[in-house]
Write a protein that binds this ligand. Structure first.
Ligand SMILES: [Zn+2]
Length: 200
């Protein structure tokens, strides 16, 4: 997995049915509740945080999360759509977020997810220069758009998951609501869960 290259799923050998739950757009009011749901089940997740949301308090929460084995990556400074933007704008959005998150959680941040999945070759080059691994997804829960139909979030995940899947979720109320069911039903299908691995 070279820095700068977009990754949509992680191959697993040995027939392991490992999948990766990822949560975008935090930190926010649901962060700790989502972490609790995960930890009650012995699961670690990966979070892509927006730089401008970082505060001292979330830094403290983020440190506890990374100490516990969760992964915190970045999602630009202002949730910016990067494709078609100038090099200086993209660099600022990406680097400022990394700096903000690292400053507060005091752990290196090596995973980056472009908002809306929007990026171009320049974005990849900047990510590579910053030693960032670009994480996409192969399962889109569409949770952000399903506040009124949270049961459809479960269907979107269960119908598309496969071993190695990276599942796109958000730090939203409806996601928190269905997260226990998603985990329990995937667990019954033999899946286990991991945070994104330390890059080799
Ligand atoms: Zn986002």
């Amino acid at each position: 997995m070279p820095p700068g290259k977009a990754v949509t799923n992680l191959d697993y050998k040995n027939g392991e049915k490992v999948i990766y739950l990822t949560f975008d757009d935090g930190p926010g009011p649901y962060t700790e509740k989502i972490v609790s749901v995960l930890e009650e089940r012995g699961i670690r997740g990966s979070f892509f945080w927006i730089g401008q949301r970082m505060t001292e308090a979330y830094g403290h929460i983020g440190r506890e999360m990374t100490d516990a084995g969760h992964v915190i990556g970045t999602h630009t400074m202002h949730h910016a759509s990067l494709s078609g933007k100038s090099k200086s704008y993209q660099e600022r959005e990406i680097k400022d977020a990394i700096r903000a998150v690292e400053k507060h959680i005091q752990v290196p941040s090596v995973y980056f997810r472009p908002p809306y999945g929007a990026m171009n070759d320049m974005t990849k080059r900047i990510a590579a220069d910053e030693k960032q691994y670009v994480i996409y997804w192969d399962v889109d829960s569409r949770d952000w758009n399903l506040a009124k139909h949270p049961e459809k979030i479960i269907d979107n995940v269960l119908q598309n998951v496969r071993p190695g899947s990276i599942i796109l979720l958000h730090e939203r109320q409806q996601t928190l609501k269905v997260l226990p069911q998603i985990i329990d039903r995937l667990g019954k299908q033999g899946y286990s869960f991991a945070a994104l691995p330390k890059p080799k």
